[in-house]
Design a protein. Structure first.
Length: 223
């Protein structure tokens, strides 16, 4: 039987113009692996069955749970409501799920809010001093959309690359993560590739990497 946990929101913080960090109570015995997610509801009449998946971005042994959530205001859906909540408001959490996990040093490719499983993994790697040898290609529309840029640069140094699709700006690469980009930037197709972002991007990038020599087992993404 699936479990449901009622937790209180402890703190929110704006991360970008449309992304917020949410910290909340952690139920006794609740555990997850970096990269995993759970279904979240707002505990208000009419919303208790509106489940949406979000990825934990805290460390596994933090005393709270944390999500980093992008708002889609024009849907008037769950993310819009979440962004209006205040400390003390209640959420419903469920069982933990997800296929993304760390399988050794490799290449992380993220689009927008797709960075969240990698934030969890990279934060855990920083904590254990194991982040070296990983590379990140993080694609966003503009520099203002990039989630936790300073932190990611701090963890990966020269291994962190930021690509903008709608803005030309010093310190960032410009364009899309397409075949040309991968050919220029990726030399080792034997390493694990971790891919997360809009469905279309994940499908395209995974297909391109396989065509370029990556093995299907070396591609880690939410199926
Ligand atoms: C495993 C997993 C983990 C995730 N982790 C995170 C995370 O950590 N952080 C995060 O920010 N997101 C995450 N997401 C995405 C997140 O679940 C969605 O953004 C969220 O469900 C949207 O809920 P909503 O009620 O606001 O939007 P909904 O109204 O439910 O919309 C859901 C989807 O429908 C489409 N859609 C519906 N209405 C419109 C509209 N008017 N215009 C354009 N498109 C529309 C969009 O594609 C949208 O993403 C994750 C998704 C998965 C599958």
């Amino acid at each position: 039987m699936e479990q449901e946990f009622v937790v209180r929101l402890l703190e929110t913080r704006q991360v970008t113009h449309n992304v917020k960090r949410f910290r909340m109570e952690k139920p006794e015995g609740y555990s997850f692996r970096p990269g995993q997610a759970t279904d979240v509801c707002v505990n208000r009449p009419g919303w208790q069955n509106e489940r949406r998946p979000f990825t934990f971005t805290c460390l596994t042994d933090d005393p709270y749970l944390e999500f980093t959530i992008k708002r889609y205001p024009d849907h008037h859906g769950v993310t819009d409501l979440l962004h209006q909540l205040e400390p003390g408001d209640e959420l419903l959490l469920h069982d933990v799920w997800g296929a993304i996990d760390y399988r050794g040093p490799g290449c992380f490719i993220a689009g927008g809010a797709g960075i969240t499983p990698f934030l969890a993994i990279l934060r855990e790697l920083r904590r254990t001093g194991m982040a070296a040898g990983n590379t990140l290609y993080f694609s966003n529309r503009t520099a203002g959309d990039v989630i936790q840029e300073d932190e990611l640069r701090g963890i990966l140094g020269d291994g962190a690359h930021f690509i903008l699709s709608r803005e030309i700006r010093g310190g960032y690469e410009y364009g899309r993560i397409d075949q040309g980009f991968l050919t220029r930037n990726v030399k080792n197709f034997k390493q694990p590739f971790y891919i997360c972002g809009p469905d279309e991007m994940v499908k395209d990038v995974a297909g391109l990497l396989e065509g370029m020599g990556a093995s299907a087992e070396g591609l880690v993404f939410e199926k």
